[in-house]
Design a protein around this ligand. Sequence first.
Ligand code: URA
Length: 235
Amino acid sequence: MQLERLLQSQGFGSRKACRALIEAGAVSIGGTLCTDARAEYEPEGLVFTIDEVAWAYRERVYLLLHKPAGYECSRNPQHHPSVLALLPQPLRERGVQPVGRLDEDTTGLLLLTDDGPCLHALTHPRRHVPKRYLARLKHPIDAALLQALHEGVMLHGEQVPLAAPDARAVDTHTLALAIEQGKYHQVKRMVAAAGNRVGQLHRAELGGLTLGGLAVGEWRYLDAADLASIPYPAA
Ligand code: URA
């Protein structure tokens, strides 16, 4: 692939902008300066350096972000910055989008990708990817709350009750639960329907993925083993 096209595919701007970068001497590969924008390179496995920062070529990117509170999962945020502001410009430029949404005040595990079919598959209502949350509740957790969540609660606009069969109390006010759907404000509405209120919400797991040691606001690339644990691409 021509170097200018390759950089364009990785989010470094238009073909013209990438050509200008190359011709300005900002790009090197394997320690050698590359000033020929039309030079051909095999993209797979290529590592290039732009202004001293190394980038590996990736046909598609899959990212795991530890979402802080105070960020919206939208490309066009209304009241708070977008989670995309936490990523480097080239990743934003190549059209990375959140897989599903976490509320502005929810923290925790968020996937992002520029792989349209993957995004569609993971957010499809028929794909039941378990999502595990920790919710700090306003009132103490009691047996009635757990029973309602185990049996299922009816949410406005839904046809069938939604249940969290493994919901359990971690301590007096902390609830651990997993849901498989991704309805609007689902956890908060389920807890409200069961007679309590969520104060803070944190997503700890999605499929087999956890945040590991990722600090709040940090992100990392997902590798093939990570993707296999989501599960993706199995239907
Ligand atoms: N359920 C909610 O209520 N909010 C979230 O952000 C995620 C799940």
